[in-house]
Design a protein. Structure first.
Length: 119
């Protein structure tokens, strides 16, 4: 079902660009692909990935045999780890800044009260 929606999206883009022959070809390929996958009974996700590898001519040597952490590549995992750590650090700094501002405002308020009572 997802493959069909990809083909329909591609047809919509071609239609928006005004290429009617390209739109017809894409829709024809969508129908052929959906019937092919329905007939063979293959895992659609693996078939989609293999189709893109074939279309982009990606060599098997560039395909990772072992996945990283939780199915992500190591680069993605490390990037997201640093992003989360940075966000948590920024949150800590924000909380400290608000506390310090609150303390300074309280000090100023007390000094102003003391000045008013001295007069």
């Amino acid at each position: 079902m997802r493959l069909i929606s990809i083909w329909v999206a591609a047809a919509a883009v071609l239609a928006a660009l005004g290429t009617t022959s390209g739109t017809a070809a894409v829709l024809k390929n969508a129908h052929a692909s959906s019937s092919y996958f329905a007939d063979t009974g293959q895992n659609l996700q693996e078939s989609d990935i293999q189709w893109f590898r074939d279309q982009l001519k990606i060599s098997d040597r560039y395909v990772e045999e072992q996945e990283g952490v939780w199915g992500m590549s190591w680069a993605h995992f490390l990037t997201m780890t640093f992003l989360v750590l940075f966000a948590l650090g920024a949150l800590v700094v924000l909380i400290q800044q608000q506390r310090r501002t609150k303390d300074i405002m309280e000090t100023i308020r007390k000094e102003m009260e003391n000045d008013n009572t001295d007069n």
